[in-house]
Design a protein around this ligand. Structure first.
Ligand SMILES: Nc1ncnc2c1ncn2[C@@H]1O[C@H](COP(=O)(O)OP(=O)(O)OP(=O)(O)O)[C@@H](O)[C@H]1O
Length: 435
């Protein structure tokens, strides 16, 4: 928490203070007290703060404050890399602005293009979008649908470091090209992991082929990469017994009732694990890019509602998702990029709560762990919650049987072929698989 004690002192209007209070949000976090007054002054902003530190309200509250003074259509555009994150941000805008009849449009891949076009024609006040789908509308729809973008006052890039990588470059340019010039709008960039690419925009915003993003900006960046309430641990494991250790961990005294997210590097691993844990009677759901959007949304609903207590996910879920009940994140596979570790682990220990991140380390992962520890500036400690080898050996028999059954089912269901078909569908649906 910060030295400024109330949102009122930051300059927010009464109706917003009431909305925040209804969400039990009364004291601004550090990033909120640094950035909200600057954004209200009309400045562009780079906001870098730890996962779970309230960056969404940092940009949403001042935009809503300015919008309420003149509530016109297509006031602000928020771009974010994943569909689920866009949905979550749209929900926050809707909740904050509900007393003011706010219109928020969610423009993401995997949903009906026609319905979205109709929604855009109604001139929503805020558009929360993934870049691929918004670019599609800009390139294929007329003035009556996307013309209003030319009058938008704000552009937000949430998870900015990720949006600025090459995958999104073309779509991002299309989106920015449809908005007013950088001097005629405010640009706000937020992420938990500021990269050189984000910083470079600050130093040479309009040169060297860089996106002409900033007019006049302020920077507020945390020096520490992970929340202080996050405990980071590891378990050293031979590759072939990873599933048995996972089962043991999920059913140990500490976590038997916990909400857990398990991150894996491949969709096939997510599917095998989901089936295996289901055979072992655990309430489990999965989230990855080879699922249809309907399946993705259902899984996330089940997890949020605690119908599933375990979510197995690839990195489509590593950024931004805010599920306050998550107590444990397991890095079942170690990511190659240390920043990905920060985002994954940040799905727990949010908003001052405590949480654990446990990494499964095989001999192959040692150099990745060293890079992660250097990036977060902290050594992981050894997890002592699963250590009895006799118990693990006993679990191994049961878990191996469940895994064998799962693999046979996947072969019967032709998972590999379905994956190819889904990938093709995704590509046709949306130019970016990640959008
Ligand atoms: N001032 C506050 N006091 C208490 N809770 C807050 C405050 N601001 C935001 N929150 C809550 O903290 C949680 C995390 O916020 P948010 O999702 O915006 O984090 P973030 O910084 O964007 O994280 P990430 O980097 O993972 O995307 C949310 O549940 C939000 O409602």
């Amino acid at each position: 928490m910060s030295d400024i004690t109330s949102f009122k002192q930051l300059g927010l209007s009464k109706w917003l203070l009431d909305s925040l209070r209804a969400m039990k949000i009364t004291q601004p976090t550090t990033i909120q007290s640094h950035c909200i007054p600057e954004i209200l002054k009309g400045r562009d902003c780079i906001g870098g703060a730890k996962t779970g530190s309230g960056k969404t309200i940092t940009f949403a509250a001042p935009m809503l404050a300015r919008w309420s003074e003149d509530p016109c259509g297509m006031f602000g555009v928020v771009l974010t890399p994943t569909r689920e994150l866009a949905m979550q941000i749209a929900e926050q805008f809707t909740a904050l602005g509900s007393s003011m009849n706010i219109r928020v449009a969610l423009i993401v891949g995997g949903e009906s293009i026609v319905n979205q076009a109709i929604e855009l024609q109604r001139k929503p006040h805020f558009i929360i979008a993934t870049p691929g789908r918004l670019a599609h509308h800009i390139l294929n729809s007329g003035e009556d649908t996307v013309g209003g973008l030319k009058r938008a006052k704000y552009l937000v890039l949430d998870e900015a470091d990720f949006l600025l990588n090459d995958t999104f470059a073309k779509d991002l340019s299309t989106c920015i090209g449809a908005l007013p010039d950088k001097n005629a709008r405010q640009t706000l960039l937020f992420t938990a992991t500021i990269t050189d690419q984000v910083r470079a925009l600050q130093n040479a915003p309009a040169k060297g082929g860089k996106l002409p993003i900033f007019a006049y900006q302020v920077e507020s960046v945390d020096k520490v990469a992970i929340p202080s309430t996050l405990k980071v641990e590891y378990i050293l494991i031979p590759e072939h017994v990873k599933e048995a250790y996972l089962y043991q961990l999920l059913t140990c005294e500490n976590y038997i009732n916990s909400n857990v997210i398990i991150f894996v590097n491949r969709t096939a691993t997510a599917e095998v694990l989901r089936k295996t844990l289901k055979h072992l009677d655990l309430r489990v759901a999965s989230l990855h890019s080879q699922m249809s959007q309907q399946e993705r949304t259902n899984s996330l609903h089940r997890f949020r509602a605690n119908a599933a207590r375990i979510l197995i996910a690839t990195d489509v879920a590593s950024r931004g998702l805010d599920i306050p009940t998550v107590e444990l994140v397991v890095n079942y596979d170690i990511p190659s990029d240390p920043d990905t570790y920060i985002h994954r682990s940040g799905r727990t220990a949010r908003a001052g709560k405590s949480g654990d991140a446990i990494s499964f380390i095989t001999p192959r992962d040692v150099s990745r762990i060293a890079a992660i520890e250097e990036r977060i500036n902290k050594k992981m400690t050894e997890c002592d919650k699963v250590h009895d080898t006799a118990v693990i050996r006993k679990a191994l028999v049961k878990v191996t049987k469940a895994k064998r059954e799962s693999l046979m089912e996947m072969e019967k269901e032709n998972f590999g072929e379905r994956r190819k078909i889904q990938r093709r569908k995704n590509m046709m649906n949306d130019k970016s698989l990640r959008s």
